[in-house]
Design a protein around this ligand. Structure first.
Ligand SMILES: [Zn+2]
Length: 340
């Protein structure tokens, strides 16, 4: 902060023409837009994440299989949360469901729905940031055992809820985001990214006005590679379409959350191809910059043992805050992030 101010001051004293652009750059700095974010990030608490996750990943929700009663219960739970928090739907009134008919799903699936909530931007309402996580999972196995899907992707689901709540607090105190934010809980991910595919085919807001997608899929656990240093998260895709997005994400983390950002899975040569394997990819395909937040796979991945008691809630809170700060910066910096 001091350094930037000093340079701007020096240049303006010299009457240099560059001073305006330097000042404009300073206004873009995370120092400025990020400052206020701390106050609202403090509202993201592991206790709340835990409360919601124990419900989302409970047996009552029967593994949230796309089109099945458990998924519908989860959709209702999300809707009720947004109604209670006074967070609007972009579809108007009490309609928080973007319904996906049978013909847009695979033949054996029943109709399903994405759950959507919306905060309108104060200065650039037509520019949209999408924060997404899938809330469907694998349902019940042949023996009647339930796939609770606490990490996959109960963790992302509750993170999106907490981020929405933090932004809503900011709105209520007169510090709402400059750009609009769509909170997108997609269905059908486990069946082939169907909910996000539907969204980009039938977007609620034009894709050309969609500035970025932050997608969260599994952020509550650690993988075997990080057993002894759990203060990490894999980031995938951040530098693929926008250098600015990547740099901003790095800066935000250095300043606020200080997680070890691991780019192992971001390499094009990585055989896991995770970049293509969650919902952000449908946005990236449409030239929308994305970041995919991911803890890697672990022994309970896609097993009935992915239960809420195994989640590291302190870590979940920290990673949720990283996404919140990054969203805050994207939504509030003066210029829309550039695709390059
Ligand atoms: Zn997942």
């Amino acid at each position: 902060m001091k350094k930037i101010f000093f340079i701007a001051l020096t240049l303006s004293l010299l009457g240099c023409n560059l001073s305006n652009s330097i000042i404009a750059q300073a206004a873009e700095s995370v120092e400025i837009t990020g400052k206020l974010a701390q106050k609202f990030a403090a509202g993201i608490k592991e206790a709340d994440l835990k409360t919601h996750l124990y419900i989302i990943a409970s047996d009552e929700f029967e593994g949230r299989n796309t089109g099945e009663p458990g998924q519908k219960l989860a959709a209702e739970y999300l809707k009720n949360f947004y109604v209670e928090k006074n967070i609007a739907s972009p579809l108007g009134e009490n309609n928080y469901f973007q319904i996906i008919s049978k013909e847009h799903l695979q033949r054996n699936l029943k109709p399903s729905e994405n759950v959507v909530a919306f905060i309108k931007g104060s200065k650039y309402p037509n520019e949209i940031l999408v924060i997404s996580a899938h809330y469907d999972h694998l349902g019940i196995d042949a023996d009647g055992e339930i796939f609770n899907g606490a990490d996959d992707d109960g963790s992302g689901t509750v993170a999106v809820m907490a981020i929405a709540e933090a932004f809503q607090k900011a709105v209520e105190e007169g510090n709402g985001p400059k750009r609009s934010i769509l909170f997108l809980h997609v269905t059908g991910e486990e069946k082939g990214l169907l909910g996000s595919k539907y969204y980009v085919n039938f977007p609620i807001f034009p894709l050309k006005n969609t500035v970025a997608n932050l997608n969260i899929d599994m952020i509550g656990r650690t993988d075997p590679a990080h057993e002894n240093n759990p203060n990490y998260i894999y980031l995938i895709g951040s530098d693929k379409l926008s250098t600015e997005l990547h740099n901003l994400s790095e800066e935000i983390n250095n300043k606020f959350t200080k997680l070890d950002l691991d780019y192992t899975y971001n390499l094009d040569s990585d055989p896991n191809r995770f970049y293509y394997r969650s919902d952000h990819y449908n946005f990236a395909k449409n030239n929308i910059p994305v970041i995919f937040y991911f803890n890697g796979t672990h022994e309970n991945y896609h097993r009935i043992s992915d239960t809420p008691d195994k989640i590291n809630y302190e870590l979940l809170e920290k990673r949720t805050k990283l996404v919140f700060y990054t969203a805050w910066e994207i939504a509030n910096r003066e210029n829309r992030i550039k695709v390059d």
